[in-house]
Design a protein around this ligand. Structure first.
Ligand SMILES: Cc1ncc(COP(=O)(O)O)c(C=O)c1O
Length: 369
């Protein structure tokens, strides 16, 4: 098979599986238990945290392990609700956020718990400073904008957004689920206050992610419990956490090489599509620097292409949670293309271990679809 759907999920690394198994077999105790094996499990979690703290330059209590990117996005909204309880809360986000954030904002709005301004990015897919200026209000507390879009691969300018947030004394959260492993993020906390991650997008296991906080002491923890500083309840799994940290460590060790490879492969795909004169345009080509290659076919529907490739055991994607069931609209594409064109979308997302021969095979398959 040729797997080109790395934005949906990635294959777990052997180190992710081995670390999980080793820890789950030997140190399965509850890390909150006061006996020896519990303490060992707790120590393993502390060791795992150092991988994150060293890379992101945040304190250990700024790491809240969650079940994944979705929960991390939910948690930041919960923390803001708790932090400003009793005050009017307005937040600024965008229309191209992942459903875990966008839908939850809509729900909280319907429940009257906060009000939200959804910025539709400009025609190049990026949010502008003027749009932020127009959206801000006296009761704005948080700006939450993703780093890389899962469908277009377009990145947002988080330095500009951060400057805006600092000028207006607003908290800035970014959903970095698609960005981690595709962009250097070691200095991101110079810009943001909070960031969401997910392990399964960087060759880790599903069911583990994190919300990182730059200054955890500045936040009001919702719970009295000692677990995760009162930011999240529930037994934590040393095996999943150690496995996540092992993947992050593996990525950090090879970071430059992997990022260069991803960019080289992206360019190779784009060049080959052009060279073969396929009736496919690449979304936001000029300013996308991610291995997510959003494609629009001028001749076929994306579903048709996906199915044709599927029959050849080549796996790309057309659908994500961001699609509207009724209109076929893909929110991420709305700033860029009229809705009628969205059905022509499909996505090739490459990974560190994708080979040029796999890309060549995919291009030849596309020629016959
Ligand atoms: C940008 C973005 N945020 C959040 C998520 C949700 O992450 P998870 O699958 O870990 O819940 C995804 C998953 O596709 C994503 O692409």
């Amino acid at each position: 098979m040729i797997y080109l759907d790395h934005a949906a999920t990635t294959k777990p690394l052997p180190i992710a599986l081995k670390t999980y198994q080793d820890v789950a077999k030997q140190y399965f105790a509850n890390p909150a238990s006061p006996h020896h094996v519990g303490e060992v499990a707790d120590d393993l979690i502390s060791q795992a945290k150092t991988i994150f703290t060293d890379y992101f330059h945040i304190p250990p209590d700024g790491i809240i392990f969650t079940s994944g990117g979705t929960e991390s996005n939910h948690l930041i909204l919960d923390l803001v609700l708790h932090q400003f309880n009793g005050e009017p809360i307005h937040i600024i986000t965008s229309t191209v956020e992942h459903a875990s954030l966008y839908d939850t904002c809509q729900l909280l709005e319907q429940q009257g718990r906060l009000s939200v301004t959804y910025i539709t990015p400009a025609k190049n897919g990026q949010i502008t400073k003027q749009q932020l200026i127009d959206a801000v209000r006296p009761d704005t507390k948080l700006v939450t904008i993703q780093l890389i879009n899962s469908e277009t691969g377009i990145s947002q300018d988080n330095e500009m957004i951060s400057e805006f947030c600092k000028d207006h004394q607003l908290l800035f959260h970014t959903d970095a689920v698609q960005a981690f492993g595709k962009q250097k993020l070691s200095t991101t906390f110079n810009y943001v206050d909070a960031l969401s991650l997910s392990a399964h997008k960087i060759h880790g296991l599903k069911g583990i992610g994190a919300l990182l906080l730059k200054q955890p002491k500045e936040w009001r923890a919702p719970f009295q419990s000692k677990t995760q500083g009162g930011f999240r309840q529930g037994t934590i799994d040393a095996g999943l956490i150690a496995s996540f940290a092992a993947c992050v460590n593996d990525y950090i060790t090879h970071e430059s090489k992997r990022l260069n490879r991803l960019m080289e492969l992206r360019q190779y795909v784009v060049n080959q599509l052009k060279h073969e004169q396929l009736p496919i345009s690449v979304i936001g080509e000029a300013h996308v620097t991610s291995p997510i290659i959003g494609c629009l076919s001028t001749s076929s529907h994306g579903d048709y292409i996906q199915q044709a490739l599927n029959r050849k055991q080549i796996y790309v994607s057309t659908r994500s949670a961001c699609h509207s069931k009724t209109t076929g609209e893909i929110r991420s594409l709305t700033p860029l293309y009229p809705t009628e064109q969205h059905q022509h979308y499909f996505r090739i997302s490459i990974g560190y271990f994708t080979s040029k021969s796999e890309i060549d095979a995919t291009i030849s398959a596309l020629k016959t679809t």
